[in-house]
Design a protein around this ligand. Structure first.
Ligand code: FES
Length: 103
């Protein structure tokens, strides 16, 4: 069964910005790309550094440690040294609220 978890109010995260949320001990990033929200794991797949310390560039999150960039839409690494994707999660917007869907 999937869980729909409230993570932000609509309008809370400005375009090009992100918010980190913790759910059951796991951290996730919610990013606003030109008005559409995406959710990914907070940890880099290379050395488990929080991606929250990095920055959003176009539609990617850039790791602050070695500079790998991951697509916020697909989780795919776009540059080495990371070669593994990060997990992505469905996001739902409903009645002025943003939810992440977790299995
Ligand atoms: S820890 Fe993120 S690219 Fe190395």
């Amino acid at each position: 069964m999937s869980n729909k978890i409230l993570v932000a109010d609509l309008g809370e995260i400005a375009p090009g910005k992100m918010k980190r949320v913790e759910i059951d001990g796991m951290r996730y990033l919610i990013a606003n790309l030109a008005g559409t929200h995406y959710a990914v794991d907070d940890l880099c797949s290379h050395e488990e550094v929080p991606l929250y310390l990095g920055c959003i560039q176009e539609d990617m999150i850039k790791c602050s440690l070695h500079g790998s960039r991951f697509s916020l839409k697909t989780g795919e690494p776009m540059e080495e040294p990371a070669t593994d994707p990060i997990a992505t999660y469905p996001v739902k917007e409903e009645a002025g609220k943003i939810y992440i869907i977790l299995d």
